[in-house]
Design a protein around this ligand. Structure first.
Ligand code: H2B
Length: 97
């Protein structure tokens, strides 16, 4: 089923509920950066997110170096931010604690 991107009002409303996330208008998605105590903690977090992402068939664009994980969520199929990004951001926040 086709997924549509959020309009400006829906995006603003969603961002209000996601204080850890920042909208990047160039990337057409939301970003969050996390830091852990070491690589094992960072990679353990990524493994947990990866399992959820695969189940939801919605995948983060991310970068990891040692204890840092930079995440971008956008929906390629919609050409921007969709409800799928909101759902994955909420799941990531829950895992991050
Ligand atoms: N992940 C993200 N972030 N955006 C998508 O549009 C997307 C995805 N599409 N994961 C999925 C996979 C699509 O390529 C498959 C074919 O369902």
């Amino acid at each position: 089923m086709a997924i549509s991107k959020l309009d400006d009002a829906a995006r603003a409303k969603a961002l209000n509920q996601l204080p850890h996330w920042t909208y990047d208008p160039e990337a057409l998605g939301i970003r969050r950066s996390l830091r852990f105590s070491d690589f094992a903690e960072a990679f353990g977090f990524m493994a947990r997110v990866a399992i959820l992402a695969e189940k939801a068939d919605h995948h983060p664009e991310w970068f990891n170096v040692y204890n840092r994980v930079d995440i971008l969520l956008t929906t390629h199929d919609a050409g921007g931010m969709s409800e799928r990004d909101v759902a994955l951001a909420q799941a990531i926040d829950a895992i991050a604690g």
